[in-house]
Every structure is written in structure tokens, then in C-alpha cells.
Design a binder for this molecule. Structure first.
Ligand code: NAG
Ligand code: NAG
Ligand code: NAG
Ligand code: NAG
Ligand code: NAG
Ligand code: NAG
Length: 500
């Protein structure tokens, strides 16, 4: 299933958010040099990706970050990955931005998938926004299980031209942020994050939000209140920016009147959602500056008798089932002299991860890839996941913990050597390396108990076995004189293959 992701849009022409010092990586895809936009420095993407071609958009006046992109014409690769350094077991906010700009001479942007940490995150379909002159962004929160975060694009059945990407941001989050979600099993995909009561003004972003989140202004004609008291960001779960509490929306003032928000405005597919609501009594602090009201979502009680003060409060539901239109209703307590007020909200889809690949196999495959001079184009990101987007030549078991069971690099024409790391692929049962130009010693594979020793054909069970327990054979054009005869060798410069 491809999880739905509501497209949130950014203006293509205008001033981009943040200030210098935002942590993590702000990557401008296809850029050849740093781009300074406002106070943010965007770095070129060459460090993070080894595949694809770059293009510059000619349209004058396009935001610098959107004026270059990277696209992926190679139709044989199963995915195209960016790999960004990360801290193990830390949560990251990941944002991908797409602006087509007709870079390939076509009139409509391609549709394709995006993958995060081995899970199909969503389809990327920017046609609607592009037709309105807008860029599209997607955002998710994931846990880095190892020392990197991978974000990949992949073709799907609807893909008619080269997938592309304009920008990628990966920003670390504090442990306490969104900590009710089990990120070992789920990711969150942002549907909407809004700051209520702000009229069409710019989104609150870094440095107002130190985690680089975007809180878009939302106004739909409800009475706006200005806050007389400041809040402390630290007092809130998820650390929302103080700026979003400057204003809020309330009712017209009739006693007992409910506040009804049709938010988010677009209908949602049936799924579980993380919903967080932020409130503050906007009046000057005082003994009577509090409000009590009930909060309901689609008519179901979300919280009864919420009492908010000038210090503010937040409510969240970590797996709230929603579908179709969403209505948030705030009903004041009977006899309450003041109406309810709300300042901000976040809605994220809870996306089950498609499992994990055994870390041992990830480490082993990465070591193998590093040993090759020219690994296949899709040998980056997760070696097994998502299903159907494993590395070319790699077969894995399915299930919550994927294992590499076979490696077939027949005729890949890769050069380099076979890393010792292959010894970590402890679930592997077959390896075919014929048709490559590999040199160097054959690693010790004595720990690879599943390697099918019984399959060794008798007619090759001779001098071509170079190590007693290395269940690969070396044959053909071995270094030195005779390029045809398999021969004993001293462990150096041996092209490697297996029996077939
Ligand atoms: C993309 O780049 C590769 C190598 O850098 C080149 O061979 C290929 O022709 C380029 N493709 C396009 C469509 O420009
Ligand atoms: C989440 O973070 C808050 C602090 O912001 C803390 O009080 C709470 O105990 C944490 N919950 C979990 C499940 O770690
Ligand atoms: C709401 O909280 C305030 C303190 O912030 C308290 O004085 C007041 O009694 C509470 N109201 C109700 C109805 O619980
Ligand atoms: C290995 O790959 C080659 C080339 O793609 C193919 O011809 C061969 O059948 C594969 N071997 C196995 C055992 O899958
Ligand atoms: C196998 O993985 C471990 C970490 O799990 C690593 O320390 C070790 O170096 C790897 N072995 C080889 C031969 O690369
Ligand atoms: C194989 O590798 C050797 C040494 O690196 C190199 O000289 C040779 O040209 C390579 N052959 C092919 C077919 O790539």
C-alpha cells in the first residue's frame, strides 16, 4: 500500500524560510556550489548521492533552491538513493521538495514513489501544484536505526519520465518530540501543521521553530485573538514555536458557543493519525485567566473538561482513526463566561514500517559495496527493502527482519575486491560472482553456514577451490601467465566466481 500524503505547497517565488544555524542538512539537489538564501546555506548534493544527472531550470526568478534539480534517467535501477549521515537511534525530520520546471522539456511532471529508510513513504505527484506554479513538499519523521538516513526515489507503474528532486532536508529532533510514537515500528508522515489565526502570512519556520518544522498560517474567517502572555516552549511536549501562540482563533463570543474547525480542509484516507492540538488562554495572566472546554474530533470525545491557562496546554492522540472530512469541535463548559480558543495543530499519518533489514546484513552489504569500484547504481539505501526495491542482484527473505539470502552478480562487470564484510551475511545461501573483474584475496567465509556446499559440482572440485572453507571458486583468467587455467594461487589478485 502506498500511504497517502497530503501535498503541502510552498511558493516558488518568494523568500524561503530559515536562518543560519539550523542543524542537520539542507541539501540543494543538482547544485554545484553552496546557495545562500536569506540566512540559510544550502549545500550541493554530490556528497549524498552517486547516481543521476543534474539540470538547471532556466525560468528567471525561481527560488535559488528550486533552480537546480537532480533527475534519474536510468530505468534499470530499482531505486535512486540519497544517504545522509545521522546519529544512531535519533529521530529526524525529513523534508523533500519537488519543483519540476519542465526540466526535461515535457509539460507535466512525472509521478513516482519516494522511499524513506526502506519503507515506501508515498507517491510523489506534483502535477496539480505545478500547474498552479507551486512547488510541493513532503515531510516525515523517522528513526535512524544506524548512522545514516536514506531517502530514495523509485519508478512505479505510473512513471512515464525521469523521477527528479529539488531539495532534501534532514534535521535532528529531540528525543521528547513526538515521543508517544514507537519509531521502531512506525514513521509519521505529515499531513498538515498549522498556526491558527495568522492571516496568510509566512509560515513559522526556523529559527522560530528550532527543529525546522513549518507551521503554515491558517485563517478561515474565525475571530482571531492576540495573546497577552508569552509561553515557554520548553513547557510543551513537541516544543512548538512560541510564535504560534501569538494568536489563536475563538468563537464570535456568544456564551456557550462552540468552536468548529473543518481541519484539515481536505478529506483523509482511512488510517491512523497522530493529532496534536495546542492551546493557550490569550488573556493577561490572572486568577481568572483560564478556560474550560471539551474537545471532540468527528463527534468523538478527544478530551473532556480541558482547562487551559495562560501557560498553555497541548493534547495529543497517537493513533487516532480518521477518514474523510475531519471536524474538531471545542465546546465550552456549561456557564463558561468565555469561549474556547485554539492556537495550533499538527496532523501526521502513522505509517507502519515495512520491517527492517538485519543490521548485520546492512553492514555486510555496505562493506561489499564499498569494496567495489563501480557498484550497481541502486546499491545505496536499504539492501532489501522495500520489497521489490532491493539492491539489484540481491535476494532477501521477507518478514519483520529481512535477511540477505542470495547474491547474484553474474556479468555485472564490477571491479574492485570482495570485502571481508561478506562474512557478516550469515543467512546467505548462494553467491554468484561470474563475469566480474574482482581482484584480491577471497575473504574467510567459514561463518557462512548456509552457503550451499553440497552444490559444488564435482568437475570443478579441484584446484579452483582456493580456500578450504571459502565456498567460492576461483577460475578463468587468473592473474599471471595462463589466463585460461584455474590454478592454485597465493591469495592475491584472484578473480572470483562460483560454480553455477
Ligand atoms: C546522464 O549522465 C550519464 C553519465 O554521467 C551520461 O552518460 C548520460 O548520457 C546522461 N543522461 C542524460 C539523459 O543526460
Ligand atoms: C515524552 O517527553 C515528555 C517531555 O517532553 C516526557 O514528560 C514524557 O515522559 C516522555 N514520554 C515518553 C513515553 O518518553
Ligand atoms: C482551571 O485551572 C485554574 C488554574 O490554572 C484553576 O484556578 C481553576 O479552578 C480550574 N478550573 C476548573 C473548572 O477546574
Ligand atoms: C544470475 O543472474 C544471471 C544474469 O542475470 C542469470 O542469467 C542467472 O540465471 C542468475 N542465476 C540464478 C541462480 O538466479
Ligand atoms: C561484521 O559486523 C560487525 C558489526 O556488527 C563489524 O564490527 C565487523 O567488522 C563486521 N565484520 C566484517 C568482517 O566486516
Ligand atoms: C580488470 O581490472 C584490471 C586491474 O584493475 C584492469 O587492468 C582491467 O582493464 C579490468 N578489465 C576489465 C574488463 O574491466
Amino acid at each position: 500500500m502506498i500511504p497517502f500524503s497530503l501535498l503541502v505547497v510552498v511558493l516558488v517565488f518568494g523568500i524561503a524560510g530559515a536562518a543560519d544555524g539550523v542543524s542537520g542538512y539542507q541539501i540543494s539537489c543538482g547544485a554545484t556550489s553552496e546557495k545562500v538564501v536569506g540566512d540559510v546555506t544550502w549545500v550541493p548534493d554530490g556528497r549524498f548521492v552517486t547516481v543521476g544527472n543534474v539540470s538547471d531550470l532556466r525560468s528567471p526568478g525561481v527560488l535559488p533552491v528550486l533552480s537546480s534539480l537532480r533527475y534519474f534517467p536510468d530505468t534499470s535501477a530499482r531505486k535512486y538513493c540519497y544517504v545522509v549521515p545521522a546519529e544512531r537511534k535519533r529521530k529526524y525530520l525529513v523534508r523533500t521538495t519537488y519543483f519540476y520546471g519542465g526540466f526535461d522539456g515535457g509539460s507535466a511532471p512525472p509521478v513516482f514513489d519516494q522511499i524513506i529508510e526502506g519503507t515506501r513513504w508515498s507517491e510523489v505527484d506534483t502535477a496539480g501544484d505545478y500547474a498552479r506554479g507551486l512547488a510541493t513538499y513532503y515531510e516525515a519523521v523517522v528513526l535512524a536505526t544506524e548512522k545514516e538516513v536514506s531517502v530514495c526515489l523509485a519508478r512505479n507503474d505510473a512513471t512515464k519520465s525521469s523521477p527528479f528532486i529539488s531539495a532534501l532536508e534532514v534535521s535532528p529532533l529531540e528525543d521528547s518530540v513526538y515521543n508517544s510514537t514507537d519509531f521502531e515500528s512506525y514513521a509519521l508522515s505529515t499531513i498538515a501543521r498549522r498556526s491558527f489565526g495568522h492571516d496568510g502570512s509566512a509560515a513559522v519556520s526556523y529559527p522560530g521553530d528550532r527543529f525546522n518544522r513549518l507551521w503554515e498560517a491558517h485563517s478561515d474567517g474565525m475571530p482571531v485573538v492576540e495573546s497577552q502572555a508569552s509561553v515557554s516552549q520548553a513547557a510543551f511536549w513537541n516544543k512548538p514555536p512560541e510564535d504560534v501562540f501569538r494568536r489563536g482563533v475563538t468563537t464570535a463570543g456568544g456564551r456557550g458557543e462552540r468552536l468548529e474547525l473543518q481541519w484539515p480542509p481536505a478529506p483523509l484516507p482511512a488510517a491512523s493519525y497522530y493529532l496534536a492540538l495546542y492551546f493557550q488562554d490569550n488573556r493577561a495572566p490572572g486568577p481568572l485567566s483560564w478556560r474550560v472546554f471539551d474537545v471532540a474530533v468527528n463527534g468523538q470525545t478527544f478530551f473532556a473538561g480541558l482547562n487551559i491557562s495562560t501557560a498553555g496546554s497541548m493534547l495529543y492522540g497517537d493513533k487516532w482513526p480518521l477518514s474523510g472530512q475531519t471536524k474538531i469541535t471545542l465546546t465550552p463548559a456549561p456557564g463558561s463566561p468565555v469561549g474556547p480558543v485554539i492556537n495550533a495543530a499538527e496532523l501526521m499519518m502513522v505509517v507502519p514500517l515495512e520491517g527492517r533489514t538485519h543490521p548485520r546484513d546492512v553492514i555486510g552489504m555496505q562493506a561489499l559495496a564499498r569494496g567495489f569500484d563501480n557498484p550497481p547504481a541502486d546499491w545505496a539505501g536499504d539492501p532489501c527493502l522495500p520489497q521489490g526495491n532491493s539492491w539489484t542482484g540481491v535476494t532477501c527473505t521477507q518478514g519483520p527482519l529481512a535477511r540477505v539470502v542470495s547474491l547474484n552478480l553474474t556479468n555485472f562487470k564490477v571491479g574492485g575486491s570482495i570485502s571481508d564484510g561478506i562474512a557478516n551475511l550469515t543467512a546467505i545461501s548462494s553467491i554468484w560472482l561470474v563475469g566480474n573483474n574482482l581482484t584480491g584475496p577471497i575473504p574467510d567465509m567459514s561463518l557462512l553456514h548456509h552457503l550451499a556446499s553440497g552444490e559444488q559440482p564435482t568437475d570443478r572440485a579441484d584446484s579452483s577451490i582456493t580456500r578450504e572453507h571459502a565456498k567460492v571458486c576461483a577460475e578463468q583468467y587468473i592473474a599471471r601467465d595462463d589466463s585460461k587455467q584455474p590454478q592454485e594461487q597465493n591469495g592475491l589478485y584472484v578473480p572470483i566466481c562460483t560454480w553455477e
